[in-house]
Design a protein around this ligand. Sequence first.
Ligand SMILES: C[C@@H]1O[C@@H](Oc2ccc([N+](=O)[O-])cc2)[C@@H](O)[C@H](O)[C@@H]1O
Length: 431
Amino acid sequence: ILSCAPKNQEQKDEATLKQDAKMEWWRDARFGMFVHWGLYAIPAGEWKGKEIPGISEWIMARAEIPVKDYEKLTEEFNPVKYNAEEWVKLAKFAGMKYIVITSKHHDGFAMFHSKASPYNIVDATPFDRDPLKELADACEKYGIRLGFYYSQAQDWHEPGGTYYNIEQGEPHWDPDLKREPLMNYINGKAVPQVKEILENYGGLDILWWDTPRGMTEEAAKALQAEVDKYPEMLTNNRLYRPWPGDFSTPEQHVPPTGLDYDWEVCMTMNTSWGYKKNDDNWKSSESLIRMLVDIASKGGNLLLNVGPTAEGLIPEPSVERLKEIGQWMQKNGESVYGTSASPFFKLPWGRCTTKEAESGNLLYLHVFDWPRDGVLRVPGLDARIKDVYLLTNKKQKFSYKFEGEDLLIHAPSVIFDPINTVVVVKTGKKM
Ligand SMILES: C[C@@H]1O[C@@H](Oc2ccc([N+](=O)[O-])cc2)[C@@H](O)[C@H](O)[C@@H]1O
């Protein structure tokens, strides 16, 4: 018998209640936009006319491009079609509640105005605007929370920065980049830049570190000291392997049974995070909607990625999918936002999310495939049923009966949403 009543407050200790308060907006949000944007959008997966395999934001490493050659990309980076409000409005229409953008990725280039390093978009390119300042203003205007991704360890531009095979003692691919101790880079660039992004953009809601490769406790402590000045800001689990942060970050996969702490899946819509012109391995909007519901039914968040072009435009296939996701979320968002995980282990026809209602609970049954016999079986539901209706048309009621502990819902012949039909079961306390 599954009681879907959440653990009551008094059982929770002080620290847990504090963390719950800190995580509440994020847990309710469930859905955010990840943005990988930088110099790598220019080569877009090709170098000297050759297709470079793998994710495009790693082209400098994959193609072993010397720093002085990669730096030349700054001369032609001028995203004049960039319109922060367009991005934010698109995210908002899709039903996303927060945006996390790459302020600096592993290539070391800052997508914000940085006094700590001249290798930044305002001082090193013809584009004399700070795109992250404009994004922060647009997020403020449209009520979207904002986070910055910052590659704290890997920095392929700096002598002290780490790189992917440093832990194996391999040399950096650019022999001209004389190695220096990590703390030179941490104290000389990373800490000053983290100060800048935490102070100069209206206060961030999330700092999304990546990756702990080559990090030391000393370096992590130096960076964490800056974060501690913003106790309400969330951070992920990628600063320093032993430190969990506020949430974990499964990459490109959904944990089969969820995780028993806060977690957020980051996922591409195609294969590469950064813009890659020949990467057309696009996931369908149907699979992306069902993925969001699957993740919410297991108590997690989805951070869905876009890789804008060097002109500053979100690729059309991404725009199309975000609009289709938005059409579904406009009608069914109630069954995702502010919900908790399913009380059921596995449901043959779909997924379930729950929400506490004034006098009982709401079960949102997400029907991916309606049973051919027209009967929806909800196994082992120990609750008094108050109502069963279609989320998108509350007047559309469903008849039901119990067969033992299983609730059987009978579906009259109505047009269902082939992507995902949400049937709401309102339960009350057992008499
Ligand atoms: C979101 C992605 O994050 C990292 O890639 C990772 C990081 C961690 C794992 N991991 O822990 O499996 C895998 C890829 C980055 O290297 C990549 O470019 C992108 O930004």
